[in-house]
Ligand binder design. Sequence first.
Ligand SMILES: Cc1cc2nc3c(=O)[nH]c(=O)nc-3n(C[C@H](O)[C@H](O)[C@H](O)COP(=O)(O)O)c2cc1C
Length: 213
Amino acid sequence: MKVNKQLGKRFYQRLLVLSLGAIMLVATGCAATSSTNETNRATTVTNTINQQDKFEMKTKSLFINTSRDPQGNTAKMGDTFFGDVPHDTLFLNNYKVYQLGQEFPDDQFNIVYDAMKQADIIVIGTPVYWHTMSGGLKTLIDRMYELPYPDPNLEGKQLYFLMQGMNPSAETREQLPYTMTRVAKRYGMEYMGAARDAIELPILQKTLFEQVK
Ligand SMILES: Cc1cc2nc3c(=O)[nH]c(=O)nc-3n(C[C@H](O)[C@H](O)[C@H](O)COP(=O)(O)O)c2cc1C
């Protein structure tokens, strides 16, 4: 009887351990799935590598979205900013803009530059990645170093800057617009200001609306 009781106790102990193990396995599986989804968010975005030789502007306002995600928060910020103002959007990740110093025959910097040339108003939007601008935007402005300055093709164009992040540091909020003022100055563009969050967005938007009315 005593032996039977002990065997029964052991059986229930093992059952308990097995059940706990199973629960943990399921939980880990779920966690892994959700973190995989998060990790893969960027890679599940379908990139449409630009096949055209030219970016045909239909309007005079250009939004250059330098995010990883064409439907992400930078895109939403751009949409809100423009409101009803007709504009063209160039999603930079669809273009092969190689690093400054890299010379590959399929480089598409000139197409992006050409779009900028056609616009009167250029709005550049970036997410904050690692306390700074997106790599795409950094590469784009690095590549602009190849242009003459001031650049007769860019002179007089209005430049607006949009940035947003989860919780950008004070340094980031200072530094990014500063860089953009320097870019504008170098190429003779008129710097119209920056919006760094949803509070600043309507203020800058007012400036835009005044310019296009
Ligand atoms: C690689 C990476 C680095 C990030 N680093 C920062 C950061 O340093 N500071 C911050 O406030 N947010 C950071 N974020 C959060 C993004 O700025 C935030 O999610 C933003 O809304 C993303 O915009 P998007 O949807 O256009 O990509 C980071 C996100 C990623 C993917």
